[in-house]
Ligand binder design. Structure first.
Ligand SMILES: Nc1ncnc2c1ncn2[C@@H]1O[C@H](COP(=O)(O)OP(=O)(O)O)[C@@H](O)[C@H]1O
Ligand SMILES: [Mg+2]
Length: 436
């Protein structure tokens, strides 16, 4: 599907004769040099696209140009140069009236300090946009009630904003945007003014809503952890320019430059990286209809003392252990010797690595990772987690020793120390292997 929002070579320069500023930038003049001429280059040569159903986060420090960028997307600010499309509509070519029409049909926006109308009820506030666009009373009340329910404010429609906490008021702002039922949602620091706990709550709720609303969301924040939690992809902005666009994994594991690398040093990696980031794909898996002899052969070929068994639909059936398999073969048995001792821990692909540590400590089996349909996706061997912990992925990841390895060189899905038989991490696993 074509992108919903497309920006190509987008510039916004504030000041007198801004087009001059764009030319100067294109000739290689710096942002600081433009400033000397009284021009502010707020957005410089920004190109990106947001796919349908995606949460695309623009992340950057204060003053980096995020709000300017989102206002251009909203059609509130004309670009100095470049093109901006919402679907097939090229905003840069359109009249103000046409832009208003696109905005009304397709775009809603939530700001950091959402101005609720104090003398109207929560319900009327949620329905406000609909009233402005001329919808009749009963329809807009129905929509507003539905939207308030979506944000967890069922039953609050008759209250005044002043009766609500700050977090609840911000939810009304979100409800107003949802009531408009547009396919594009723009959120400029929408959660930034909230207390950390409420904020966390709102992030979860937005992620949840997104699962069934399937809107296209451009989300702006200066908080990297928030960006990592919410973003399908993240654009890292600095001084008006986009330094990198990528998934949180890509940004953590392959920062495009020193600036991004320094920025991500503070991220609690264990909360951001998920099972799918650290999982491995075992060379062999056994079908549940296969027998102990095949299992034995596979075990001899792999380096592991365990073997994952999958059902026909590729959901995991269990884990076999070397000793049990060897015993079954020598006893001439035909059925698979399931372990009576070792339970198979199964985790979802999006489980944060932080939660894997505890699980892994409780089980000798590798963690089995499944996708949304419950099908086998990979394994997280204990050694992987131990290694990960060694490079600052520990439960207190951000407190990793300062003299540890460069976080930019974090553990990716690539070759790990298991390829190296002399790896101390591997030996320490052996030591932890307990009764195995
Ligand atoms: N209307 C304006 N006139 C002049 N300069 C502006 C205007 N709006 C924003 N700026 C400047 O553009 C830069 C980017 O601002 P902004 O987009 O608000 O950044 P952010 O949202 O990332 O904090 C800042 O230097 C800011 O002072
Ligand atoms: Mg801003």
């Amino acid at each position: 599907m074509p992108p919903v929002i497309t920006a190509e070579g987008l510039y916004k320069v504030f000041g007198r004769r801004p087009a001059r500023g764009v030319e100067a930038l294109e000739r290689g003049r710096s942002r600081a040099e433009l400033r000397e001429d009284g021009l502010t280059a707020a957005v410089i040569d920004a190109s990106f696209s947001v796919d349908p159903g995606e949460i695309f986060v623009v992340m950057g420090l204060s003053g980096s140009g995020k709000s300017t960028l989102i206002r251009m997307v909203n059609g509130l600010l004309p670009a100095t140069a470049g093109t901006l499309r919402i679907g097939d509509d090229v905003l840069s070519d359109m009249s103000a009236a046409k832009i208003r029409d696109v905005r009304r049909r397709r775009i809603s926006m939530v700001f950091q300090h959402f101005a609720l109308l104090p003398h109207r009820t929560v319900g009327e506030n949620a329905a406000y946009g609909l009233q402005v666009s001329g919808m009749n009373r009963s329809d807009r009340e129905a929509r507003a009630t539905e939207a308030l329910k979506m944000v967890g404010l069922e039953g609050w429609g008759g209250y005044r904003p002043g009766d609500l906490s700050g977090g609840m008021q911000q939810r009304v702002g979100l409800a107003r945007a949802l009531a408009a039922d547009t396919d594009v949602l723009l959120m400029d620091e929408a959660f930034s003014a909230l207390d950390p706990l409420i904020r966390r709550d709102m992030q979860d709720q937005l992620a949840d809503l997104q699962q069934h609303l399937d809107k296209t969301i451009l989300f702006i924040t200066h908080d990297l952890n928030e960006a990592m939690r919410l973003g399908d992809r993240i654009a890292m902005m600095r001084d008006g320019r986009i330094e990198q666009i990528g998934t949180s994994d890509e940004i953590l594991n392959e920062p495009a430059n020193d600036y991004v690398a320094r920025f991500i040093q503070d991220v609690d990696r264990s909360r951001v990286l998920t099972a799918s980031t650290v999982m491995e794909h075992p060379a062999q898996t056994l079908g549940s209809e296969q027998g102990p002899r095949t299992a034995h052969k596979m075990l001899r070929e792999t380096q592991n003392p365990w073997l994952i068994v999958l059902k026909r639909d590729r959901t995991p059936a269990g884990v076999l252990w070397e000793d049990d398999v060897a015993a079954a073969v020598s006893d001439g048995r035909d059925d698979l010797p399931w372990s009576t001792v070792h339970e198979m821990p199964v985790v979802s692909h999006d489980t944060p690595v932080a939660e894997l540590f505890t699980l892994s400590a409780q089980h000798l089996s590798p963690l089995v990772v499944v996708d949304d349909e419950g099908r086998f996706a990979g394994v997280v061997p204990r050694v992987t987690l131990l290694t990960a912990a060694g490079v600052g992925l520990g439960e207190n990841g951000s407190d990793a020793p300062a003299d540890g390895p460069d976080p930019g060189a974090g553990p990716g899905p690539g070759p790990g120390p298991e390829d190296d038989p002399d790896s101390p991490a591997l030996h320490s696993t052996d030591a932890l292997g307990g009764d195995r």
